[in-house]
Design a protein. Structure first.
Length: 383
């Protein structure tokens, strides 16, 4: 659909102007006045609160409906998210849903990496193209979202100036304005923009290579867990961006905490078996690509063994997931089934144990085949 330019000069002045001012004023302030603990504290506090509002609110709650939130939580993320100065939640989600729908398409993806790193990072904002609101009828039905959409700039300004209010109370308006307002805005902008640019250019693709999205653990601490972008693009409706417990994703931990206190519910997540199957499929694709230099006889034999090992893992994972779903269903229906449910659960538990054993055996065989396949493929290539 055709687009038209809007506020491109204003967007450029705001993005470039805040960056230039921060580059000049922050070092000047530090040289002349040093850094107070209150300034550092407000900078970190505002950066964390507003960054979490973007990832938890704008992104996972509103854009992808990864969970449902009570109105106090929705209001909080709308207030704090406005202070990111990245447009209203409605416009943000419309562009983001379009990005997922047309990812990497230079004509349709608002921040397509195929148009270059810097275009995806921030030039697309400077171009100021107006795209009609699309696929956000569900959000338009929310009165809080509509209210924030109408007043997001003034809401954002009121929230973003919180460090200045602290400065008025402590006699440090200048220091708080430079560190807590100006520098914080720049950090918020570019930490968000890194997901559009760096997370589509640098990193690994453990789950899918259908798009340019990549997992990049280095970006995770600066983006509140958003660095695991390959996972996110493969399963955008999962409330987590990082599926493993030890991967840095404060967004998922915060959403879990909100669910524990009753502010969030309906947390959506992909089963662990599907994650494992996607990993195996990608490993098989990469190993298969090693066969190109090998001869047809070698290729056919290796490929047959590899696919057989992959099929064994897939079947084991599918069986394990089916019995897990059956067990969960029996748990939910135990009051209706009475004593019969207990017998059925014990049988399902025993079957689940057998399925886990089957999977472990299949996984051990897969790892052995994977290592053997790599060696054989390289030998075939060398020969």
């Amino acid at each position: 659909m055709a687009t038209r330019a809007r506020r491109s000069l204003l967007n450029t002045l705001f993005l470039a102007g805040t960056l230039v001012l921060a580059v000049v004023l922050v070092p000047l302030k530090l040289v002349l006045q040093g850094l107070r603990w209150s300034e550092a504290g407000m900078l970190v506090l505002m950066f964390v609160l507003i960054g979490l509002a973007i990832t938890v609110g704008y992104h996972r709650l509103f854009s992808h409906r990864a969970f449902q939130a009570a109105w106090p939580l929705r209001l909080a993320v709308l207030l704090l998210g406005a202070a990111a100065f990245e447009n209203s939640a409605l416009w943000w989600c419309s562009d983001h849903r379009r990005h997922h729908r047309f990812v990497d398409d230079p004509a349709e993806d608002p921040y397509a990496i195929s148009r270059g790193f810097w275009h995806a990072h921030w030039l697309w904002v400077m171009e100021g193209e107006v795209r009609p609101l699309a696929q956000v009828a569900d959000l338009q039905a929310d009165p809080l979202v509509r209210w924030q959409h109408r007043h997001h700039f003034w809401i954002g300004a009121a929230v973003a100036l919180a460090p200045v209010y602290v400065g008025l109370a402590t006699g440090d308006v200048w220091g708080q304005a430079v560190m807590g307002v100006l520098l914080r805005i720049v950090l918020t902008h570019h930490s968000t923009f890194l997901i559009n640019s760096a997370a589509h250019r640098f990193g690994s693709q453990p789950f899918s290579d259908a798009t340019s999205a990549r997992d990049n653990g280095f970006l995770a601490p600066f983006t509140f867990g958003e660095g695991y972008h390959n996972f996110h693009h493969h399963w955008p409706w999962d409330y987590r961006n990082a599926p493993r417990w030890y991967q840095w994703d404060p967004g998922k931990w915060l959403i879990s905490a909100f669910a524990w206190v009753g502010l969030a519910r309906g947390l959506r997540r992909i089963p662990a078996t599907e994650i494992r199957r996607a990993r195996v499929a990608m490993e098989a694709r990469r190993l298969t690509s090693l066969l190109a230099p090998a001869g047809p006889v070698t290729c056919d034999g290796l490929l047959e063994r590899l696919m057989a090992a992959k099929a064994r893992v897939d079947e084991a994972l599918a069986a394990f997931q089916a019995h897990r779903e059956t067990f969960d269903l029996l748990n939910r229906q135990r009051t209706l089934l009475g004593r019969t449910a207990g017998d059925l659960r014990r049988a399902a538990r025993a079957q689940g144990k057998a399925d886990r054993t089957r999977f472990r055996a299949a996984w051990t065989a897969w790892k052995a085949t994977r290592s053997w396949f790599g060696r054989q493929a390289h030998q075939g290539s060398a020969g």
